[in-house]
Design a protein around this ligand. Structure first.
Ligand code: ADP
Ligand code: MG
Length: 620
């Protein structure tokens, strides 16, 4: 088939050879693909002129796969093979989706590790399902652009962790797309509004989609987008408005326990809700089986009173985000609306009232994220003259386990990415030849309160006294937020390396909780950290004493030995308790009592070292 240059209707074909790049908003409810055409970020349409692709995939028994509207239409008759909201399962393990599983119309394959779905076409992973959505969007782009895109920018929620980002990237690779980078959805929305160009300030991104609500507070400074806080509700969105209206309609008759009837009413509710964003009144036709069809007139104000409780539920998260960011309302320079459900006039009114300013609404809230992604993709393939320096930040801190079950933060959260940070560690025991490295993500001080990402060992450390080896651990996070960890023994250059790829990740609630925890447990953590540090130091003193006594106990007078044993017994006693100060004092007492032993060991080591050497050798 000959390739044709197809121009967007009403738009001249691009006269210059441009490199093709696309941006994709891979949404829970809808997905979109956009590209910069003749300097204008443009969302591409399907054959019927529709921008949105419902994020729904249906597997058929003949091997066929339907994506988008045809899949939505079949959801009622074939719920087990029609996968919606797969984004909620991306990068998740079975344990992560326990609460979700009961509410899904399709079946998960029981087991450990990554979630899998059971369909007539066999078991599918969320990555494969997402890849089907991406394939359709890619096809749409190829047809519109008249060629294969060189690269794609895909957006992900700001709070997506390692595993969820990795899963998104895997899906893109499966769909034959070259990912230029992943971009946080709120950042993409800000880019679409041109907030990256010279504007500085603090912006709130209010994103109300079909089934999720996300509020992000971004600080924009010198082209760096810093996510100051994210909050939200992973079970709140336009769907809840549909349910509220459907419950009300259901009172008009029909069998509420009949799933077919419920689905019909729900569909009617959604259509009516969307219509009432533009008009003041709409007609709903209900046809319960066995009864005559009848019409119900619904006004916008009636709808508003029904959905008000749903809309109000977005406010606690907004307050939480502001509090986490340490900001007052009047410090917000602008509010950007994202997500189809922010089309509802009552939502806009609520945002305006609670943020005390009119939100930015010039760009279609359905399209704004995809447009921002397209702008970023266009810049990344080199189509834009000005250098667009655009950075995201790490959503959660990354660190390593150190002695005593503590986490040493290597890269704190909100550090702009890409970033590489290295830190030196040392051995704890004399003659230690291996070190186990445990990589963690989270905001708390203790290992048990953070998420374990990976473990690996560095071997072949030359035996040395405790504290002499120098082990350099490097954390490298790429622009997509993906982590590689390298450990290196500096004197011999022994290396060990992992690219962190966990089999499942955190869910957004967990992330929100982890952030919340770090605020509420801050004081408690300080106490625990002090105890843990005191214990590590106490153990170190005890180890050192055991080593010294094993080698040179004969250097001590009996009275000195008795005094030392007494302090040592007190230290052992203190170590079994939870009083950090007591441990520290006991350890100090042992060190004081061991003073003469340490002095004599050093003298005798010196004597051994110089024995047999001439005075000349000792020169200076
Ligand atoms: P997601 O980001 O989860 O994929 P979207 O941003 O596509 O979700 O939002 C989908 C929601 O927006 C649905 O609940 C849909 O009914 C709602 N929506 C779309 N258009 C309108 C409209 N004109 N008025 C009110 N709600 C709308
Ligand atoms: Mg969205």
């Amino acid at each position: 088939m000959a390739l044709m240059q197809i121009a967007e209707p009403g738009m001249a074909a691009d006269p210059h050879q441009r490199r093709l790049a696309i941006g994709i908003d891979l949404g829970t409810t809808h997905s979109l693909v956009a590209s910069v055409l003749s300097a204008v970020p443009t969302v591409m349409r399907d054959h019927e002129g529709k921008h949105l692709l419902p994020s729904v995939v249906r597997y058929l028994c003949d091997g066929d796969i339907h994506v988008g509207y045809p899949a939505v239409a079949a959801a009622g008759q074939d719920p087990h093979n029609t996968i919606a909201s797969v984004k909620r399962l991306m990068g998740r393990g079975h344990g992560d989706v326990q609460t979700l599983a009961g509410h899904l119309p399709y079946d998960l394959v029981p087991g450990e590790g990554m979630v899998r779905l059971r369909t007539v076409a066999g078991e599918k992973s969320p990555v494969e399902v997402s890849a089907e959505i991406l394939r359709v969007l890619k096809e749409r782009a190829v047809e519109t652009l008249g060629g294969e895109p060189e690269g794609v920018v895909i957006t992900v929620p700001a709070y997506f962790d390692e595993a969820q980002r990795q899963a998104t990237k895997d899906a893109a690779r499966l769909a034959g797309l070259n990912v230029l980078r992943l971009l946080a959805e709120p950042t993409a929305a800000a880019v679409a509004y041109g907030l990256d160009k010279g504007s500085e300030g603090i912006f709130a991104i209010y994103d109300l989609g079909g089934g999720t609500f996300d509020i992000s507070i971004l600080r924009l400074q010198a082209g760096v987008f810093e996510v100051l806080a994210t909050a939200g509700d992973s079970a709140l969105g336009g769907d809840d408005m549909d349910h509220a209206l459907a419950e009300w309609l259901m009172r008009e008759g029909g069998d509420a326990s009949d799933p077919l009837w419920r689905r019909q009413v729900l569909q009617q509710a959604r259509t009516a809700k969307e219509a009432l964003s533009a008009v003041d009144e709409t007609l709903i036709v209900l046809a319960p089986s066995g009864r005559a069809a009848h019409e119900i007139k619904l006004s916008r104000s009636q709808l508003e009173s029904l959905i008000q409780p749903v809309i109000q539920r977005t406010l606690p998260a907004c307050r939480r985000a502001l509090r986490d960011a340490g900001l007052k309302l009047d410090e917000i320079d602008g509010v950007v609306l994202v997500g189809g459900a922010t089309r509802v006039p009552a939502v806009r009114a609520l945002v305006e009232a609670s943020f005390q300013q009119a939100p930015l609404t010039d760009i279609d809230p359905d399209q704004v994220v995809a447009m921002g992604a397209a702008i970023q993709a266009d810049a990344l393939v080199g189509n834009q003259r000005e250098d667009l320096l655009l950075m995201d930040v790490l959503p959660l801190s990354l660190g390593l386990e150190t002695m005593g079950g503590l986490v040493e933060t290597i890269i704190p959260r909100n550090t702009p990415i890409p970033v590489a940070r290295a830190q030196e560690f040392t051995t704890f025991k004399d003659g230690q030849t291996a070190m186990s490295i445990h990589v963690l993500q989270g905001e708390r001080d203790l290992v048990q309160d953070c998420r374990s990402l990976a473990r690996f060992s560095l071997r072949g450390i030359p035996p040395m006294v405790a504290g002499a080896a120098r082990i350099l651990v490097t954390f490298q996070v790429d622009a997509d937020g993906l982590l590689a960890v390298r450990a290196e023994e500096m004197s011999t250059g022994g290396r060990s390396e992992v690219v962190v790829k966990p089999s499942f990740g955190l869910n957004d609630e967990e992330i929100a909780n982890m952030l919340q925890d770090s605020f509420t447990h801050g004081a408690e953590d300080v106490v625990k950290r002090r105890l843990s540090e005191a214990k590590v130091e106490g153990e170190r003193v005890r180890e050192a004493l055991i080593t010294a006594l094993a080698a040179d106990a004969d250097l001590l007078e009996p009275a000195e030995r008795a005094a030392l044993d007494k302090t040592n017994a007190a230290l052992i006693q203190a170590l079994s308790g939870t009083d950090a100060d007591a441990i520290t004092h006991a350890a100090e007492a042992v060190e004081a009592a061991a003073g003469p032993l340490v002095q004599r060991r050093m003298d005798s080591a010196l004597r051994r070292a110089i024995a047999g050497r001439s005075i000349d050798d000792l020169g200076d």
